[in-house]
Design a protein around this ligand. Structure first.
Ligand SMILES: Cc1cc2nc3c(=O)[nH]c(=O)nc-3n(C[C@H](O)[C@H](O)[C@H](O)COP(=O)(O)O)c2cc1C
Length: 260
């Protein structure tokens, strides 16, 4: 089966998922259309014809897909459309996130030719998997992408496709927000960059302070990544305590897992 172009659908608050999907895109032939859900969620149904490969790459939040992303993914409407499902996680575990992504795509008319969980720097605890994805990871990303296109080439119709399973369980792990929320420090210059990038509108800037609505905040870290004065951080005694334990438990290197 041939595809003319590729839809690259991703969410990336701190840049690692973006790095991985761009590496996938660099191996694929033809035109690529990028949909960065951080900047623009998909709010209306988006039909994708069978001659367009779709790559969805989403970071893992607490073992699941962030609900913010699911709200966009449900609008992708395939019609026997080939897809590649990728989750990116911070070296703890990806639990049910890959199964969740593959299932959403399959329920929406896509057939998933390959699925993978790649490892990247943990966006809440960047001391974990700090330099990842590294050159080995990116070589694997390219290899994975080639295998997906070879598999697609070997099919003459979607009916020939043999489904495969990925790691994960039904019912999915309960989706819980993480308690760590970024905030601005005393050195905040009230520039408002954080408020502009926040995908859920959780940040407001007054003349004297930058406020975060912790009920809305999804802890993605986009504000930390964008802050020009490095004032935005996860902070506080609980964060520091948890950080130490987390680094101790989850620093042992994990390798990407690929499914075809
Ligand atoms: C709210 C939140 C929850 C997370 N939960 C997990 C998790 O369950 N397992 C894991 O290994 N990493 C977890 N991470 C780390 C991210 O999956 C990882 O850092 C990913 O590379 C972030 O992608 P990005 O750089 O594109 O934003 C979490 C990060 C955030 C912000």
């Amino acid at each position: 089966m041939q595809f003319r172009e590729t839809e690259l659908v991703y969410f990336s608050a701190t840049g690692t998922t973006r790095k991985i999907i761009e590496t996938i895109g660099s191996v694929l032939p033809g035109r690529k259309n990028a949909h960065n859900l951080l900047l623009k969620p998909i709010k209306d149904d988006f039909p994708i014809t069978a001659d367009r490969l779709t790559v969805a790459a989403i970071p893992v939040y607490n073992g699941r897909l962030p609900d913010y992303c699911t709200q966009s993914l449900i609008h992708l409407k395939g019609n026997d459309t080939p897809a590649i499902a990728v989750v990116v996680y911070g070296n703890r575990e990806y639990d049910d996130a890959l199964l969740e992504l593959k299932t959403i795509l399959e329920k929406n008319g896509f057939f998933v030719v390959g699925a993978a969980a790649f490892v990247a720097r943990h966006s809440i605890f960047p001391q974990v998997a700090t330099d990842r994805p590294d050159t080995n990871d990116l070589a694997l990303v390219r290899d994975f992408t080639r295998k997906c296109t070879e598999k697609l080439d070997s099919l003459s119709a979607p009916e020939e496709f043999v489904p495969f399973e990925v790691k994960g369980n039904f019912p999915y792990k309960e989706a819980k927000p993480v308690p760590m929320k970024p905030s601005s420090g005393e050195d905040c210059n009230l520039c408002g960059t954080c408020a502009q990038i926040c995908p859920v509108g959780a940040i407001s800037v007054t003349e004297t302070e930058t406020r975060t609505d912790e009920g809305l905040c999804i802890s993605c870290g986009a504000c930390i990544n964008a802050c020009p004065s490095e004032s935005r951080q996860y902070r506080g005694a609980d964060y520091e305590k948890f950080k130490g334990k987390f680094i101790e438990r989850f620093s042992r290197r994990k390798e990407p897992e690929l499914f075809f």
